[in-house]
Unconditional design. Structure first.
Length: 95
């Protein structure tokens, strides 16, 4: 292994199918932004990030134009709920 992995969740996902859809509510915060980097380093490409904070979402979009990013307040019903369809993993980071 070329570097150590300290996140136990990432260790668990090392052997998972890299094509699975991973949904990350609250993804634009500090933990989410770092987790996305780790997931991409492990080869996961089908990442869907949801967050309501415009400034953080803008940073996320700039750093990761290759993933799906939805700016939304999850407390308000809407079409964003369709993003959960087909997701095999949901990482709830939303506070």
């Amino acid at each position: 292994m070329d570097h150590l992995i300290y996140n136990p969740f990432i260790l668990m996902m090392v052997e998972m199918n890299k094509d699975i859809k991973i949904l990350i509510p609250g993804a634009a915060g500090l933990v989410g932004q770092n987790l996305i980097v780790q997931l991409k380093e492990k080869g996961y490409k089908n990442l869907v990030a949801l967050d309501k904070h415009s400034e953080n979402v803008a940073v996320l979009k700039k750093l990761h134009p290759d993933i799906t990013i939805i700016e939304v307040d999850l407390s308000v019903k809407g079409t964003w709920e369709l993003a959960f369809s087909g997701a095999e993993v949901v990482l709830m980071l939303q506070a």
